[in-house]
Design a protein around this ligand. Structure first.
Ligand code: ADP
Ligand code: MG
Ligand code: ZN
Length: 475
């Protein structure tokens, strides 16, 4: 059977957090009452004239610089024509063949272009509020209509679902550090479409692609791409051919449904927007964007290596996922110089990241994590207990030290309690004890298990082993 490899290109929409919309003075605010943030321009009323938001252009330039793009000193807006209920003008103002930024590169993936456009309004579908008897209804909320978007288009340089997720996370971190967007996948200020095809390993021409639309979490991006790769693989290997189409991934059932095929694809009839002048970017605008650039993830990673002695891999894992990097830095700062930054880094990258979905508010505060790791470093609790406390703190908040106190989670060590627990274990499994006494190390397992059970994981495994051996050696 021929071996097939995935080829993936991403299209990412970033809602820009400018004070006003792309072409009018309305202030877009997430979660407002419907249709309270509108004017003739963003409602698409006849005769209303758009004006380009200079701040959105500035944000676009910052993004282009951070992604190593070439910035166009002249770019233009086009009308992208189509009919839909969320698009009152009958066209979206977007950029076409002269985008603001082109070319570029981020961690092994080439950027094709970055352009500016306006968002459509939001359709809210419901069956409950049907005005027409027996029919489902949809309402249009124009608050979102006209919100500035930057669209980032990559070249098809991504080779797996996991890489797509990691790269998207790095992109989110980059955009977040620029301070130009809320980058929340849940709230839709960061949206990702994935283009996916397969080809025989060693082949250079691209296979027919499908497009997965609008996945609203990092986990779904990875799962959706994985599912689509599998679907195409089975199709090709059973002699079928992939049809170019747009698909929707349902994360609950894991199923993929077709939204539209190539034959139904739009012909947008792009033409230059006659109501707008070309965007002329002068050297002073570029300088301002340059001066505003923050420390980018790659620089952050090398700082972690230099300042905290982290390995390159661990430094990158934290710096490329901004939430983890922020938590690491804040926690290390609270713990202060002289504390073990590598312990913090390992915990953030391992225990915390496996429990907290990226971008989620359900996380651990740096103060609590610093306190928890302090207890661990001072040998007050075992690693097993620390893991349990982390679960509780992420779920309900609170102070780790107070939890240790109220639930009696202190480590059992050295003293009478541990000694008694070991004696009890030996007494309850004399067979295993005899084997250990005869030098059979394997028989230690059940005895250690009994002690752990009796102390609810509050004893140190190594210490328990040593104590059992020393007690039985004297018997
Ligand atoms: P379309 O005209 O369908 O929008 P584009 O050429 O503009 O396609 O590319 C859109 C996105 O799809 C880009 O991110 C690009 O890298 C990606 N892409 C294009 N062709 C393929 C392919 N055969 N396999 C995977 N991704 C692709
Ligand atoms: Mg496209
Ligand atoms: Zn408006």
């Amino acid at each position: 059977m021929i071996e097939l490899e995935p080829v993936i290109g991403l299209e990412i929409h970033v809602q820009l957090a400018t004070r006003t919309k792309m072409f009018c003075g309305c202030e877009p605010v997430f979660g407002e009452d419907p249709n309270t943030r509108t004017c003739p321009v963003c409602l698409g009323l006849p005769g209303a004239l758009p004006v380009i938001n200079e701040r959105a252009v500035d944000f676009g330039l910052r993004l282009g610089l951070a992604l190593g793009c070439e910035l166009a000193d002249r770019s233009i807006f086009h009308r992208k024509n189509y009919f839909y209920a969320d698009l009152p003008k009958g066209y979206q103002i977007s950029q076409f063949d002269e985008p603001l930024c082109s070319g570029g590169f981020l961690d092994g993936v080439r950027i094709h272009r970055v352009h500016l456009e306006e968002d459509a309004a939001k359709l809210v579908h419901s069956s409950a509020s049907g005005r027409i008897q027996g029919a489902d209804s949809s309402v249009v909320d124009f608050n979102r209509g006209g919100t500035p978007l930057a669209e980032i288009v990559t070249e098809p340089d991504i080779g797996s679902a996991a890489q797509a997720r990691e790269w998207l996370s790095l992109l989110r971190t980059t955009v977040k550090s620029l301070g130009i967007s809320d980058v929340s996948m849940e709230e839709g200020s960061l949206r990702c479409d994935a283009n996916i095809s397969l080809r025989p390993v060693g082949e250079t021409t691209l296979g027919t692609k499908t497009e997965l639309k609008n996945m609203n979490s990092f986990r779904f991006v990875e799962k959706g791409i994985e599912a689509e790769i599998e679907r195409q693989r089975e199709l090709i290997q059973s002699g079928g051919t992939v049809v170019q189409e747009t698909l929707h991934f349902d994360p609950r059932s894991g199923s993929l449904t077709a939204l539209r095929s190539k034959e139904e694809a739009h012909d947008y009839r792009y033409f230059p927007e006659p109501d707008l002048l070309p965007v002329a970017v002068g050297p002073e605008m570029i300088k301002a964007a340059q001066d505003s650039l923050p420390e980018l993830p790659a620089a952050r990673a090398s700082r972690y290596e230099d300042d905290f002695g982290l390995t390159a891999e661990l430094a990158q894992r934290l710096a490329f996922n901004g939430d983890l990097g922020d938590l690491f830095e804040a926690t290390a700062a609270i713990r202060g110089a002289g504390s073990d930054a590598k312990l913090v880094a390992t915990w953030v990258n391992g225990e915390v990241s496996s429990r907290v979905e990226e971008g989620s508010d359900q996380t651990v505060e740096p103060e609590a994590l610093a306190e928890l790791l302090g207890l661990l470093e001072d040998d007050k609790i075992t690693t097993a207990a620390a893991r349990g406390i982390l679960d509780t703190v992420i779920e309900q908040g609170g102070s780790p030290a107070a939890l240790v106190e109220s639930q009696g989670l202190e480590k059992v060590g050295g003293g009478d309690e541990l000694s008694a627990a070991v004696d009890a274990a030996i007494a309850s499994d004399p067979e295993a004890a005899a084997k250990v006494a005869a030098g059979e190390q394997k028989a230690l397992g059940p005895l250690v298990g009994l002690v752990m059970k009796a102390t609810q994981g509050r004893a140190d495994g190594g210490e328990v082993r040593a104590l059992i051996i020393s007690k039985l050696a004297g018997s």
